[in-house]
Design a protein around this ligand. Structure first.
Ligand code: ZN
Length: 133
């Protein structure tokens, strides 16, 4: 397992992306709409991980709801795994609550699944895995 990216919730990509581009001195990817997660994503690649900047696309988007409750800021940490199904089984068997029992499709067509922050020290964690074939 290695850190894949940190997800940052923002109200407006247009307003916030230039700030992160300045901080990391790198250009963000073009916006990608991830319909299943109700977000638009822009990524900044830094050395061996990404900064994932997220804007919600509707009032019931997890990102919009997060900002309403906690304001803008770090939303989740994402870890790359080789076998997301095996890892979810392992965690679930160990009593870790899962938000996604089965993986969903995230940005860059990756398989993703979120763990419940109530059972991970109040940190929203995401697992990601490249789709095979
Ligand atoms: Zn993510």
């Amino acid at each position: 397992m290695k850190l894949d990216h940190i997800g940052i919730a923002v109200k407006s990509l247009k307003d916030s992306v230039p700030l992160f581009e300045k901080i990391f001195n790198a250009k963000a990817s073009s916006p990608e709409h991830v319909a299943e997660q109700k977000v638009i994503v822009q990524k900044i690649r830094i050395e061996n991980m990404d900064i994932e900047i997220l804007e919600g696309t509707s009032p019931d988007s997890p990102i919009t709801k997060f900002i309403e409750k906690k304001g803008e800021g770090i939303h989740h940490c994402s870890f790359r795994v080789n076998d997301i199904f095996e890892k979810l089984n392992y965690l679930s068997a160990g009593g870790i609550r899962l938000i996604n029992q089965t993986p969903k499709t995230g940005a860059d067509d990756m398989l993703i699944a979120f763990l419940h922050p109530k059972s991970t020290g109040n940190i929203l964690m995401e697992l990601t895995q490249e789709k095979q074939g």
